[in-house]
Design a protein around this ligand. Sequence first.
Ligand code: ADP
Ligand code: 5GP
Length: 197
Amino acid sequence: MSEQPSGTATPSRLLVLSGPSGVGKSTVVRQLRAHHPDIWLSVSATTRFPRPGEIDGVHYHFVGAEKFDQLVADGGLLEWAEFAGHRYGTPRAPVEERLSAGVPVLLEIELQGARQIRASMPEATLVFLAPPSWDELVRRLTGRGTEDAELIAQRLATAREELAAEKEFDLTLVNTSVQEVVDRLLALWQVGDPRPN
Ligand code: ADP
Ligand code: 5GP
């Protein structure tokens, strides 16, 4: 992974949101973007299949294994990781372009990817989204209904490891209220809060 070229980006505009599967990352990001389309959300490449309603190029770039290999070989990914049997990665160029233009950038990625960003872009802010409790995490992941029992068990096993890594992050936000989490994230970018002080 190449180093961040000096003077071409403002890495502090880069915020990484991580946390166990089912904690509510997508929900938080959806709500954030609904009111703040000015914050740019990176669209990852993945080898997993689309869920119902997911659109190629919008939710992910859904690619085959060969294409993903090519992206890795070409240095086209800022970070990538294997998660629950599939690969996920952040296309490098669009992120670097936005940061160079001073646009606030959000990456919603898992733990191994967050660690790679920590190493390559140390000024990024790493936020850990935590569930109010383990039982609530299980409820959310199960209630979402997008994975079968085996996949849920696999994601919960990974979730235990991810929860143990919380201390590696710059800060933790507990996802009790989606709106509160969104407000805290906006404050980190210092994006204007429309409410009076
Ligand atoms: P992730 O992207 O982290 O895997 P999702 O955003 O898909 O998680 O959320 C998993 C489930 O939890 C969804 O059914 C979502 O509606 C629900 N959820 C998210 N945030 C909250 C919250 N603060 N309170 C209650 N349920 C929530
Ligand atoms: P899902 O299959 O539920 O969409 O995503 C599974 C996990 O992959 C989530 O924790 C999500 O944050 C993570 N993820 C999505 N895109 C990327 C990426 O580009 N890089 C990494 N490292 N993780 C990603």
